[in-house]
Design a protein around this ligand. Structure first.
Ligand SMILES: Cc1cc2nc3c(=O)[nH]c(=O)nc-3n(C[C@H](O)[C@H](O)[C@H](O)COP(=O)(O)OP(=O)(O)OC[C@H]3O[C@@H](n4cnc5c(N)ncnc54)[C@H](O)[C@@H]3O)c2cc1C
Length: 390
């Protein structure tokens, strides 16, 4: 196992840093993310379009589909540097989730129609998997699609749909047959969000943000040509997609940035209890990074990511949550002075230190990380089955 970077890897890291620091990363987006202010739909578009212009939107795509063809190590470096620079997380729904399903299981017409728009961020995708009552037990989903001539008629609802309020398209798991076991009879449909009969309703989360939604389908007509692969084989495609969803979920770079900032803050507080907690987190973060590098080394030598990605998911998300908790502890009573998701207006001055202003909202928001992408309890089940063999 070799976990040291080569000369080429270091040159690549410098290229990424150069883009981030010298005008590639749009300034107006950086200003907001540095202050912890929620970025708008247009900011998201600007950020992703800048990436597309540089030719990096297909950062995890093979060259044959217009991607970078980067190695696992380059991908790791790219993710880490973006995290260290405080960039917003790259929206995964198009580029990392539905795109690999389309190029692996879609037909030529579907590849030509959808992939270039994803690569240029002309379309915003969302994920229609979870339903009320069908989250961890996803295969129990009930949203129904009935074939009538050359259309499916879709009825049902999806929930927790991230940023559906902005989306042009949704990829959906729907039930096309209820006669067999629940994993059978699920199909994978691409649905235009402008189709009549779709209604998006916001779910406001505990931090006051509008990030997730309910999506309702009433007699929505979906052309049969929007079916991916074979009818009834959607469960296979869904599992394939989830393996992609978990890649990069450890967010090592973003946690390093947060922890480095926190170290500076805590060094001025004269609070030995917090000092000790910071040291513990630093050790855990190093262990997490080494675990990720070990997995990378195995990948570069022809291995496949298995249940190890579940370990990274659990440890990475616990790290994010623990760091956010220390920000609240460092802010003390000032953490309560939460200004709302859009931050302070230019005339307001937050009470207490700057870092206190958004500490509580970040702490509350990050509770989601151990739930989405397959809850951490479900990841533990995977580890016990495939790593421990019990
Ligand atoms: C912020 C956020 C964004 C999301 N975005 C999307 C999205 O864009 N698209 C989408 O389709 N979904 C999305 N989800 C949904 C997410 O995938 C589900 O919330 C998740 O799979 C858990 O399902 P559930 O909420 O129904 O909880 P449940 O499955 O009901 O689980 C409740 C609790 O029981 C535990 N549990 C359940 N089964 C087991 C078991 N077998 N063993 C041990 N413990 C178990 C869980 O870990 C959890 O703690 C999002 C969720 C959140 C919080």
């Amino acid at each position: 196992m070799d976990i040291n970077f080569t000369k080429e890897d270091i040159a690549f890291r410098d290229e990424v840093r150069d883009w981030l620091n010298n005008g590639g990363y749009p300034k107006h987006v950086k200003e907001k993310t540095d202050k912890g202010i929620t970025i708008s739909k247009q900011d998201q578009i600007d950020f992703h379009k800048a990436l597309a212009e540089k030719g990096w939107m297909g950062y995890n795509w093979p060259v044959e589909h217009g991607g970078t063809g980067w190695s696992a190590t380059q991908l790791y470096i790219f993710n880490k540097e973006f995290g260290l620079a405080g960039c917003p997380p790259l929206l995964a729904f198009g580029v990392s989730m539905v795109a690999p399903v389309i190029w692996t299981f879609g037909n030529d017409e579907q590849k030509a129609k959808y992939l270039p728009d994803i690569l240029n961020f002309n379309t915003w995708w969302c994920q229609g998997y979870s339903e009320p009552g069908s989250g961890s037990d996803l295969a129990s989903l009930k949203t129904k699609a009935v074939l009538e001539n050359d259309h499916y008629i879709v009825n049902g609802s999806k929930t927790w749909t991230t940023l559906a309020q902005h989306a042009d398209w949704i990829f959906c798991l729907v039930r096309t047959d209820s006669s067999g076991i629940k994993q059978e009879g699920i199909s994978f449909l691409l649905i235009d969000m402008n189709t009549p009969g779709i209604e998006v309703k916001p779910i406001i989360t505990i931090d006051g943000e509008h990030e997730v939604n309910s999506v309702f389908f009433t007699d929505v007509k979906v052309p049969v040509k929007n079916l991916i692969g074979e009818e009834g084989k959607g469960w296979t495609y869904a599992k394939f997609l989830l393996a992609h969803e978990r890649f990069g979920i450890a967010s090592v770079g973003a946690s390093m940035r947060q922890l480095n900032k926190l170290k500076k803050i805590v060094s001025e507080l004269d609070n030995p209890e917090l000092d000790k907690k910071i040291c513990e987190l630093e050790v855990s973060l190093s262990a997490l990074e080494i675990t990720e590098l070990r997995l990378l080394s195995a990948l570069e030598n022809g291995g496949h990511p298995g249940a190890e990605s579940s370990i990274l998911k659990i440890k990475g998300t616990e790290m994010q949550q623990n760091i956010s908790q220390l920000y609240v502890e460092a802010a003390g009573e000032y953490a309560i002075m939460y200004p709302g998701p859009h931050g302070y207006s230019s005339n307001d001055k937050p009470a207490g230190p700057d870092y206190a202003a958004n500490s509580l909202s970040a702490f509350l928001n990050l509770r989601k990380t151990s739930i989405y992408g397959g809850s951490n309890e479900i990841q533990k089940n995977i580890i016990s089955k495939f790593v421990l063999g019990v």
